[in-house]
Design a binder for this molecule. Structure first.
Ligand SMILES: C[S@@+](CC[C@H](N)C(=O)[O-])C[C@H]1O[C@@H](n2cnc3c(N)ncnc32)[C@H](O)[C@@H]1O
Length: 447
């Protein structure tokens, strides 16, 4: 199957079945035997269309009497792909984008092909004019960067217009790719440094460039990393893919070897496995999630890394588990959130409705309260999100501390990043800071 046809199928799957882009893309790519160049084009088309969907629809609506929301899924998907190639992809000639789109439309629904042809020819002719949009109002910012307007409004309300533009521009950039080194495998080598050299030289044999990252001794920034799942270092459990913001969570938790840790929202297991690696395969990490199929992801993750100190179990974090009260040295609540800090990796987050996120602070508070019950006296409670909305972050913490006087914020000591609020026990990371994912991490102690 051609790259464009695969991209079309993935986009239709996301549009109709509301599947996640990364999951749908990977499952379609796994089924097709295509070379790296075509894989690149499929990925570019899928993410390019999702990332720019509102802006593309705005351009189509300027030229079409039938508005996008009234079009059949197949027609609007082919138009979106065509416009993306014409307006955003320099390496594809306009005539090629138009011909490919019209031919694809002919095979799916012949009578719509002349409509697609007419719109795309107009887009090609008038792209300079229809592309222009001033970044003055929240409406226009929302169209230009393809967000639901309420997200831009809320960001402006919390951060002001200039900081919002900075955040949104940073979220529009290509994310950096980081890998986490599995420290628990260092015993197989003379030293950790020795293992690091072993990993870097293995990666470079595959033309993957790896650089050390200041302040993160377990992280490497990598370039040109394709087919990660097939990489030998990945398969042998030496490395995992994780952003450094996400790595910060386990670093802030900073568990001692032999501890008992509970992670109440653990799937797919990125932070649980990092914690288990830091504990060097000692103690116990209990990794919970509400979904059966996600528990399997945690198990697979831990198995690949050779971690024996993780036990997964299905559990609903909004319901108190009496058996676990005051049983853990550390409890992590990495709660479900709006995800605005990771739009670069999951662009469909830009189209979440306000109703989808408005009840999150109540759920987050409920999970945090239950999580706090499981902490032993003198133990540590961590709350984290991958969003930058205050009401899911510091506001939840303020309410929690107001109602739970047996917890205090604890100064974060062991982190080598420049953040003013470390002493106050929490960190806000904005996406314009060193291209990191937007995150919130808070450390509390049970008195
Ligand atoms: C932010 S993600 C966790 C990411 C994970 N900590 C990691 O680093 O890989 C939030 C997780 O919470 C889970 N979740 C949502 N509601 C839950 C609930 N009521 N109880 C337990 N888990 C829940 C979701 O399935 C999702 O896997």
């Amino acid at each position: 199957m051609s790259a464009r046809k695969i991209a079309y199928k993935v986009l239709m799957d996301i549009e109709i079945n509301k599947n996640y882009s990364n999951i749908s893309l990977n499952s379609h790519l796994d089924k097709e035997k295509i070379d790296d160049r075509d894989r690149g084009l499929v990925t570019e088309l899928v993410y390019g269309v999702i990332e720019n969907k509102r802006y593309i629809d705005y351009m189509i609506n300027k030229l079409s009497k039938i508005k996008v929301r009234k079009m059949q899924h197949s027609v609007k998907t082919i138009l979106r792909m065509g416009v993306y190639q014409i307006v955003f992809l320099d390496r594809v000639a306009d005539y090629a984008a138009i011909n490919e789109s019209v031919n694809m439309m002919k095979k799916i629904d012949k009578k719509s092909s002349s409509f697609v042809n007419a719109i795309l020819r107009n887009v090609s002719r008038q792209k300079e004019e229809i592309f222009k949009i001033k970044e003055d109002t929240s409406d226009n910012i929302a169209i230009k960067y393809s967000y639901e307007k309420w997200i831009v409004d809320r960001l402006i309300e919390e951060h002001g217009k200039e900081k919002t533009k900075k955040i949104i521009k940073a979220l529009d950039e290509k994310p950096k790719l980081y890998i986490r080194i599995n420290k628990s495998k260092a015993y197989r080598h003379e030293s950790y440094e020795d293992m690091l050299e072993f990993i870097i030289s293995n990666l470079s044999a595959d033309q993957i460039v790896a650089k050390k990252v200041d302040g993160f001794d377990e992280a490497l920034e990598v370039e040109n990393f394709k087919n990660i799942e097939k990489n030998i270092m990945f398969r042998k459990g030496y490395i995992s893919i994780q952003d450094i913001s996400s790595m910060l969570v386990a670093k802030v938790l900073n568990p001692k070897e032999g501890s008992k840790v509970l992670d109440v929202c653990a799937a797919p297991g990125g932070k649980s496995t990092h914690i288990a690696e830091i504990m060097n395969n000692t103690g116990e990490v209990v990794s919970q999630d509400i979904y059966d199929h996600k528990i399997k992801l945690i198990d697979g993750y831990a198995k690949r890394l050779g971690l024996k100190n993780i036990r997964s179990e299905k559990s609903d974090a909004t319901v108190l588990n009496e058996d676990y009260v005051e049983k853990f040295d550390y409890v992590l609540s990495d709660v479900p959130c709006s995800g605005i800090g990771i739009v670069r990796r999951k662009p469909e987050i830009k189209y979440k409705s306000e109703e989808d996120v408005n009840n999150l602070p109540d759920i987050q508070m409920n999970i945090l309260k239950n999580a706090s019950s499981y902490v032993k006296s003198g133990g540590t409670l961590i709350y984290s999100t991958c969003t930058i909305f205050k009401e899911e972050n510091i506001d939840v913490i303020k309410n929690f501390l107001e109602e739970n006087k047996n917890f205090t914020l604890e100064s974060i000591q062991n982190i080598d990043i420049n953040k003013e609020t470390l002493d106050e026990g929490y960190i806000n990371i904005y996406p314009y800071e060193n291209n990191m994912d937007g995150f919130f991490i808070c450390k509390m102690k049970k008195i």
